[in-house]
Design a protein around this ligand. Sequence first.
Ligand code: PLP
Length: 302
Amino acid sequence: ASPDDTRAGASAAVLVMVDDAAEGGPVVETPFRRADVDAPQLDVRDLSATRGDGIFETLGVHRGRPQAIEEHLQRFARSAALLDLPAPKLDVWRDAIHAAIAAHDSSADGFVKFVMTRGVEGAGVPVGWVYLADAADFTVPREQGVAVVTLDRGYRHDVARTSPWLLQGAKSLSYAVNKSVLREAARRGAADVIFTSIDGFVLEGPSSTVLLRFGDRFVSPPSDDGILAGTTLASAIEMLAALGHETHREPVRVEQLASADDIWLLSSTRSAVAVAELDGVPRAFDAELTTRLQTHLISRDH
Ligand code: PLP
């Protein structure tokens, strides 16, 4: 099974096309509209299809409520700015997300993926949509953890500062590398990946943020180090701090992975998944703390 977040073809699905996606666009009658998820919607000349040029977000839906919607909207706007896309109209996107959830006739937990592309080549008008579907079943990785390999990303940890045009830290649609590393992980007998920098630092997973525990200290790499600012990590840090734990955003050397008491991969869809094996070496993890993290993250209602 894919360790990944969102799988196409999930049972119930809703599509909302967002026609008033960004500032400076043409005047439209309705900002967004329900559309047939089984009918073609995208122009083959759309730059998302031909170049992976656009941005996206994936958020969890629990009991009909979108989780951390404001954090996801803010990150969407940051990604747009990093890609020099027109600013997304966040009020429209928020309403479109709520409309998609309201139209969803399933009580199962789900995810919302929202996408804004650079549009059809030459048109200069972003194309946007909101897609909602039932979540995959993550019971097994949540309970048993996952086997992970470290893979070199080929950049220094400070690449976001030295070479912002490489778009590290933006949630862009160019995720072919984030998928290819999962196939490399599978070849090595693992299900997920922790990217490392060429200068020896821990970065992130291809669809997750890394959180480590050293005794009572909880540590995660800083988000200005060319990694995505995780919304799930932010919620986990809030919870841990409220419980009186020390939390730190600081660079983590690859060698420190071996001495961590726990390592988790955090993401909107899977919540917290413990690393049960790293580069072929089995690791114990705190199952009780993992469950507490998961329960907190899954039932977040903001
Ligand atoms: N890092 C990358 C590269 C991601 O793609 C994701 C989510 O898909 C994350 C981190 C985790 O972010 P969040 O917790 O907001 O889902």
